[in-house]
Design a binder for this molecule. Structure first.
Ligand code: DGJ
Length: 751
């Protein structure tokens, strides 16, 4: 049973395979958070003996002894102005001027299956999912807060979301509505978060939770390149292999806010949800506001285990059913091959060259529509560029398909250029502030997706495109963030809803389009990884990880992304050398090794390659097909290497642990003869493994004396020593397979 209520102690306990989460109805009806950690059946209220702390005030009914304060008791959903001075989860003001809330328990219900969040992306229920709903109420305003929990016992996951109802008699203005409040009583915690920029997304930074409020947030209307919404709280001694960690992942693609505060008593509070800056929502009596969902998982077995849980959960319960059941096509994208400079003949030449390499899908990127000769114009004019594609898209697509390739197309539906027919016809569809020059990003404005007529127009335009042409893949791009938050369709008192309504509109549009065209593979993109989040995964099973295609930069971007997101969701391409973003040169083989972490493809002009390089690409594609299932379904490990070793290494292990792919890239020439030593992960210690093949790129061949077989234990504990790899950015890739019929050696012996 995942959810239990003990009427004696008034505790509600959510139990998963290896974790327990406990709350308690306090003496006055406040919902207290008691515990989140390894599975245990006890009542944890003993952790919070009343204690008089100066300047922590008391509810009037508990004034005796002065020991009980909302400021020191752990809260399940914090509010303000009733004695808890720590981070608040809920802020509002009523039209009568009331603010703050004293939230008290009303009722709870347990039901089989998963609660639904209409209009919002969320995790689907598993066979063993149960839901809990707990209603709290503030008597003064009548505001009701329904805390919703999904308990995934086998998956070791909890989901949380909150529904706020104006149960009072006057309208109110919601100013903050978090999805999750998590109070952790003791211990030192560190915050692992993922910062970045355009072309350098999701760089991990691990900082102690200090005695101040630390906030990971975006107010860009997008989850952002700059601060990804996924965070991990972990113990200082947590490594990839061991230690405690808690992952918090909003299923939300807009502005977000996760704050962590260490209080005067040393307790840590984390509050996560939609960004409260630039947000407000008018709630009339009887109306409700539904927050997005947040995914929560606890692991006592290190960061790799936590990441793998998130990977499995997102693949199985958040992405569309079956999204990862089929092999991904190897695609070639025209962007870095020709940018805006192409015509039908050159794209057909690209398609022929791509087919000759073994590519399956040709993607025509930006520049195919309206008068789009550069990035200053024509967004919104979704008809074929008359000079580049005379006769329209139809003849080109037919010819590409006749070559035996599938066809994919780039679109940027959410945006429009001022220099476009769409803007001239509907200037009020753009988000702009009356009387103020609009802020432009890449010379474009943002469509007000909160408006139904805008969404309907987009739906008609893009569904017609998909109905008229055999398009197998759509790259859905979005190349600026929201700024001028003013909707011409909303009254003044609702302008604070603009950005939130934009996101709800985007989800509704995607739901409609992706639902109607389930066989089209939609890839998400926002100038690379500017909207790489769990809210996008139900629509986009793969997301362009970054506009930076340099393999060495990508090592860090992809590794950072892997803490929360499955590698199969990262679109990764081999591009030209020197790289167009960084100017760095790297071996073609290394570019292949790095791109073969996720959804694999190319972004270069094959005609610019030598015949030898083209042959190498053919070989890469054959390799990818061989490895595809392992990359798509395997468990991913970030390998730890000695500090002195300039190596980035990672490993995929098949679910049955019989097969593993080890990949490594040397990011600097090592200063001396340091052995390239790595310990593998995830193998069956009892099994006997054989090296099936090893490939090295960008370094001279060298003879390797490996044992014929290793035990899993040997590879796990002793590890592997590889010969040095002199050269610039060399890499290696090794495939091991367990052979149940063969004897194994206890420990590797050099031959
Ligand atoms: C940004 C994307 O990330 C690129 O891959 C490319 O599609 C350009 N936009 C096109 O404008």
């Amino acid at each position: 049973m995942g959810i239990t209520f003990d009427p004696t102690s008034k505790t509600l306990t959510l139990t998963t395979r290896s974790s327990a989460y406990q709350m308690q109805i306090g003496p006055l009806g406040h919902l207290l958070h008691l515990y989140y950690g390894p599975r245990a059946a006890d009542c944890f209220s003993y952790l919070y003996p009343p204690r008089d702390v100066g300047f922590s005030p008391n509810p009037a009914a508990l004034r005796a002894g002065r020991g009980w304060s909302l400021d020191t008791q752990p809260q399940e959903y914090s509010a303000s102005l009733c004695g808890d001075y720590r981070l608040s989860s809920l802020e509002f003001s009523t039209d009568e001027g009331l603010r703050g809330a004293d939230l008290r328990y009303q009722q709870h219900t347990v039901s089989p299956g998963k609660y639904a969040l209409p209009g919002l992306p969320s995790a689907r229920g598993a066979a063993d999912t149960e839901s809990l709903s707990v209603t709290l109420r503030d008597a003064a305003t009548g505001v009701e807060v329904e805390l919703r929990y999904g308990v995934y016992e086998t998956d070791d996951f909890l989901t949380r979301a909150v529904r706020i109802r104006n149960g009072g008699s006057v309208p109110l203005r919601l100013e903050k509505a978090a999805s999750l409040c998590l109070d952790l009583p003791f211990g030192d915690w560190e915050l692992l978060h993922f910062f970045g920029s355009h072309t350098m997304e999701r760089q991990p930074e691990r900082v102690p939770v200090a005695r101040l409020i630390q906030t990971v947030s975006s107010r860009r209307g997008f989850s952002s390149h700059q601060q990804n919404p996924f965070v991990i709280l972990c113990a200082p001694d947590t490594t990839e292999r061991s230690g405690e960690s808690i992952g918090v992942m909003p299923v939300w693609s807009g502005s977000h806010e996760t704050s962590v505060e260490r209080s005067q008593t040393g307790a840590v509070r984390l509050v996560s949800g939609i960004g409260s800056a630039d947000f407000s929502w008018r709630l009339l009596p009887g109306e409700t506001f539904q927050t997005p969902e947040v995914l929560l998982s606890y692991s006592a077995a290190g960061l790799s285990a936590l990441s793998q849980s998130f990977h499995r959960f997102l693949r199985t319960h958040v992405a569309r059913p079956g999204a990862y059941d089929r092999p991904r096509p190897v695609l070639l994208n025209s962007w870095e091959a020709s940018y805006f400079d192409f015509d039908r003949a050159s794209i057909l030449r690209l398609a022929r060259d791509a087919r000759d390499l073994g590519v399956e899908l040709l993607v025509l990127d930006d520049g195919w529509f309206g008068s789009r000769d550069d990035d200053r114009r024509a967004l919104g004019d979704w008809f074929a560029h008359p000079r580049k594609l005379p006769g329209g898209l139809g003849p080109l697509i037919r010819e590409v398909c006749a070559l035996g390739l599938r066809f994919g197309l780039w679109v940027e539906p959410e945006m429009l250029s001022e220099d476009s027919e769409l803007y001239r016809a509907h200037p009020d569809w753009a988000l702009t502030v009356p009387g103020r020059e609009p802020t432009v990003g890449r010379d474009q404005l943002v469509l007000d997706l909160g408006r139904r007529e805008v969404r309907d127009w987009l739906y008609e335009t893009f569904s017609a495109l998909l109905r008229e042409h055999p398009i197998s893949y759509i790259k859905w791009d979005a190349n600026r963030n929201l700024s001028d938050l003013y909707s011409r369709a909303l009254p003044p008192e609702r302008q604070g809803e603009t950005a939130h309504r934009y996101l709800l509109g985007l989800y509704a549009l995607l739901e409609r389009l992706c639902g109607e065209f389930p066989d089209v593979l939609f890839e998400g993109c926002a100038g690379g990884g500017g909207r790489f989040d769990a809210g996008m995964l139900p629509y986009f099973p793969q997301i362009w990880c970054s506009d930076n295609t340099d393999p060495i930069s990508r090592l860090a971007i992809q590794r950072g992304s892997s803490y929360g997101y499955p590698p199969v969701a990262m679109a990764c391409h081999v591009s030209a050398s020197p790289n167009h973003q960084t100017g760095r040169s790297s071996p073609l083989g290394t570019r292949g090794v790095v791109a073969m972490t996720g959804a694999f493809g190319y972004e270069l002009d094959p005609a610019a390659l030598s015949e030898e390089a083209r042959e190498e690409v053919r070989q890469q594609i054959r390799r990818y097909r061989e490895l595809e299932a392992l990359l798509r379904c395997g468990d991913y490990y970030r390998l730890e290497t000695a500090a002195a070793l300039p190596l980035t290494a990672w490993q995929f292990v098949s679910p049955d642990r019989r097969e593993t792919l080890l990949s490594l890239v040397q990011t600097e020439a090592p200063p001396g003869p340091i052995p390239l030593h790595l310990r593998l992960r995830g193998l069956d210690p009892e099994a006997s493994y054989r090296l099936i093949w090893m490939e090295r790129f960008g370094c001279p061949d060298s003879a390797v004396a490996f044992p014929e077989r290793w035990s899993g234990a040997a590879l796990l504990h002793g590890g592997l020593v590889l010969p040095p790899m002199p050269g610039d950015y060399p890499s290696a890739r090794l495939l091991f397979r367990a052979d149940p019929g063969t004897p194994r050696t206890a420990f590797p012996t050099e031959r």
